[in-house]
Design a protein around this ligand. Structure first.
Ligand SMILES: Nc1ncnc2c1ncn2[C@@H]1O[C@H](COP(=O)(O)OP(=O)(O)OP(=O)(O)O)[C@@H](O)[C@H]1O
Ligand SMILES: Nc1ncnc2c1ncn2[C@@H]1O[C@H](COP(=O)(O)OP(=O)(O)OP(=O)(O)O)[C@@H](O)[C@H]1O
Ligand SMILES: [Mg+2]
Ligand SMILES: [Mg+2]
Lengths: 255, 255
């Protein structure tokens, strides 16, 4: 079981879209995947076709000590398992820090799941756009980090803060935590800004920048309103082709 | 002095870009404006041409009790005043809730400023993409809320959570808080999804949806790397024209 946190404190960089579509592609390739929605907005939950207010249990229950296997549901279409975000997750960033060893709550829940031999091949954790208590839980639980990026100035500016946070958590809580990959999630290849920033990313992160980039494509933005990954909603679109390539490259790097 | 919180817990909807460019336009029209950067990412600070690590004092100092007039700097080009975000703002979402009456820290700081007759015509508060302690401070301090929106599914889904939070804060902390306007900040008028969601917004929010919409325009995304509003960076661009119209409509509605 390999655990990845999909994170970027810059908002709107494509975290949820990458998490949902990568989970869908890996499932299509026969892997067992658990998608964890750790964002109170619950976008990965609705993007997978589940209704956050109708879930019986969710991520907040696991952080309160419930067993993960009692909370995860199967996503629509039986593609991957989903631990959804119910509205009760909203208070977690303020409440969690009052618990003893709150930083390791998610790691302990995933470790228990692993021992029960019910584990998945891959766990993907969709994080909120912040470096608060929920994101810290994901970084302590994960062995590797995927960073979706828009090729724009504010997103680039935020990377140094993110790299600093990952270093600090590696030293204090999780020695195996490292940057697994940078994913350009909505590339507009025509404009110069995107090309300049892509080059800047390669200078800083080298081979950790995925070759597969997802082009900006309206089909990708339409898919969530149908509760489907773009692979199922518009299989012949530029966006779906991008996510097929991304899934294949992910397995080359991590399988 | 009228105070506006620029807020949307959905990430990447254009909060910072609206706050910086609206401040720039109102200043061009002769108004005294204070831009408050309450996001630890510090994008409104760097987007105004200031260096967050070189600021003498910032928003975190004001939340610790320093006088606002001792902390605000003039933005580059002398257009508007900026209370910037230094990196020390990052711990606020976890630390603030330990203070007595932490929800009203910013409101008290702005009220003191108002008494000193040094007040601005408008205060715009750029918020982080979350409903944590910093955003709550902004909502308690503001009389009105501006909500930048992408015309996409996840952003629409988040509006009901946002409206509920505003209602709760109005009842408990701030009776004058209301939704002043919804701003379509990066409209791609060619696609059907954007048109459908624009109609949906009008159905729910009626006249509170600003007529002026900002078209998606790469010049807008390039401007922050030069520390300038798009009005100064590319005055003849579609983006600059959009922000001139937005500023004019803002004054029609609120001056
Ligand atoms: N390749 C793409 N082409 C077009 N639109 C896209 C693409 N990828 C994502 N989007 C859209 O961009 C918006 C932002 O993406 P998404 O919500 O996945 O980002 P996020 O990082 O999860 O945001 P948050 O910070 O709020 O969690 C969404 O409306 C999504 O549908
Ligand atoms: N009209 C536009 N055309 C093109 N790009 C835009 C436009 N408005 C904003 N952008 C770009 O979109 C990205 C998101 O905008 P911005 O950072 O202002 O959103 P935000 O809501 O403040 O994000 P966060 O949730 O991280 O605070 C930025 O890279 C910005 O430069
Ligand atoms: Mg998301
Ligand atoms: Mg912002």
């Amino acid at each position: 079981m390999r655990t990845f946190a999909v994170i970027n404190q810059k908002g709107g960089t494509g975290k949820t879209t990458v998490a949902v579509n990568l989970a869908g592609r890996l499932a299509d390739l026969g892997r067992e995947v658990l998608l964890v929605d750790l964002d109170p907005q619950g976008n990965a939950t609705s993007g997978s076709g589940a209704e956050r207010r109708k879930l019986f249990r969710g991520a907040a229950d696991v952080l309160r000590g419930e067993r993960l296997r009692d909370c995860a549901v199967c996503s629509v279409g039986g593609r991957y398992s989903l631990l959804g975000a119910k509205p009760d997750l909203a208070g977690a960033d303020i409440d969690l820090p009052r618990e003893e060893e709150w930083q390791t709550l998610l790691r302990r829940a995933l470790a228990e799941e692993k021992e029960n031999k019910g584990d998945a091949d891959f766990v993907l954790i969709d994080c909120p756009p912040a470096l608060g208590a929920l994101t810290i839980n994901a970084l302590v639980a994960a062995e590797s980090v995927l960073i979706p990026m828009q090729c724009e100035y504010f997103a680039l500016e935020g990377l140094s803060d993110l790299a600093r946070t990952i270093r600090r958590l590696r030293e204090k809580w999780n020695p195996s935590l490292h940057i697994g990959g940078i994913i350009r999630s909505m590339l507009d290849a025509r404009n110069v800004l995107a090309r300049d920033i892509s080059e800047e990313l390669r200078r800083h992160f080298g081979a950790r920048v995925f070759n597969a980039a997802i082009r900006r494509n309206v089909r990708v933005a339409e898919a969530p309103s149908h509760g489907l990954p773009v692979l199922k909603y518009a299989p012949h679109s530029v966006g779906a082709e991008g996510y097929r390539q991304l899934g294949d490259e992910f397995l080359e790097r991590f399988a």
